[in-house]
Ligand binder design. Sequence first.
Ligand code: ADP
Length: 631
Amino acid sequence: MAKKEFKSESKRLLDLMINSIYTNRDIFLREIISNASDAIDKLCFLSLTDQNVGMTRSDFKIEVSADKDSRKLTVSDNGIGMDEADLEDNLGVIASSGSLKFKQEMDKDNNDDIDIIGQFGVGFYSAFMVAKDITVITKKYGCDKAYMWHSTGADGYTIEECDKDTVGTDIIMIMKDNTEEDNYDEYLEQYKLSSLIKKYSDYIRYPIEMEMKRSRRKEDSNDSDKPEYEEYFEKETLNSMIPIWQKPKKDVSDEEYNNFYKEKFMDYTDPLKVISTSVEGVVTYKALMFIPAKTPYNYYTKEYKKGLQLYSSGVLIMENCEDLLPEHFRFVKGVVDSPDVSLNISREMLQQDRVLKQMAKTLEKKIKNELSSMLKKDRETYEKFWSAFGSQLKYGCVSDYGVNKGELEDLLLFYSSKQKKNITLKEYVEAMKENQKYIYYVIGETVEAIDRLPVLELLKENDFDVLYLTQEVDEFCMQSLMKYADKEIKSVLNDDLGLPEDDNKETEDEKKDSEGTINFMKETLGSRVSDVVVSKKLKSYPVVLTAKGGMSFEMEKYFNAVNPDSGMKANRVLEINPNHEAVKAMMSYIDTDMPKAKAYCQILLAQAELMAGVEVENTADYTELVLSLMK
Ligand code: ADP
């Protein structure tokens, strides 16, 4: 029979597996058993609605057996099984979920092969770390033929029809031969196998059975000087079957929680936070939730599925119950198990379900409280959380017309120019100076770039703190918040800053001069600006460009990036400092050299545009102008 080749990326992974670069080989059994358990889940789920399955929950089990003579380790399940196409699809390539991540990480850093295997659950293939030959014999539910998949490693695999009476899958692994450094015999020892199962697969909800060799005193042995013993076999269930979320917190180690998370949610890093909760009352449930330590690679794609796994008394009902999590906490992973949710509930009914709504409400509150307490008690971890998912909370303040902002505002962090670190709005307000009316923020590309903005000059002089914001969502977030603790939030670029009035106010004469300047500039600049005004923000700089009305430059940039034809444009207001030498110089040419005065005026606008980070409208003209003045 012709051998088929593995797809290339699988081949690479297989090579690594076979050459056993990764040292924690023990996990292969966990991977194989968890596949068996998933397969049983599927058939068990089907049996709820399909009478023909003819099995009830208690009929399902996983069997493990080892034979030292033939070096065979077999894991059998009576789950859903696979047909020919499934075998091809599932075992011919790395399972698509794992493979994508694998590829991404590989591309990122080609030298990190070892880590990758250690970190990802690479599933079925991990068996090649310990086995030199693998046969999968399987029969799918509803299919009358059975198939055998066979492979000895990277050179490929075969699939052929075979005999198998019952539905389910046997994975038969022939262990590698021992070498000087490596002992593979141990995976045929019942002690090793049973301890691996207890360690990694204890919570699997179906019995994992193994024939255990025992020894007992022979009944007829006379108990005097030389008692005789005999060996016998006894089937034993090795796992407690209690799902980890049903166990009291004190009985579960951090490592167990972490392992459960990593395996279940296909992450390779320990979670940042484990949230375990048990609620009794109107609705009873247990939930085990996790906040990942890093933003999942597909977090901002459609591929990422928000939701918690929903169980009803230990039976999986829904892989991803979206309605259990609000959008702003979509990074949370976990499971919820409630006896109050009906087994046969449909997706449509779930959305209406009162029990579900109630659970979603209390879960949201729980997550929020956990985050608040992390923020208070463990700032370092919170900062890590913030860098992974902070922008999600900011989006949360914006979406649905800001209905959630009250819930979320105290969880937000912003970079404080004075304290040079992230602070909360509460901390900002507490540190506000007595004569400071507003909360100030500026948006820009980087903290360093913002810090050089001329509009900050007077704020700095007053020693007022300014929040430096660098994310796309920030402008929307601030506009949605509007206020915090009765303090208005003001954009340094767009709003009147309400700074304490300067003692040396403009005299009437100066006002007249300013009016002249303004009129001249308005006339010269025409429709390029919607207004020219005397600035209250400037001291040592001549001009600044600000945006009037709802739309800021950041929003303009955002909308135009999303849709280049949108034609969105913020209303440009040129604020001037009439006392500045450059402005005075411009005015001095009005009577003697009008073209020069106009050129100065255009250049001042271009300067302001550059500073504001918006495009200078006609760069060729601008260059001409500058050159003309240099001649
Ligand atoms: P993953 O479990 O992460 O999807 P694996 O490489 O472990 O990746 O398995 C690939 C696929 O092969 C599984 O998703 C499943 O569809 C199928 N599979 C593996 N083992 C079994 C089994 N015992 N019974 C039925 N299907 C299985």
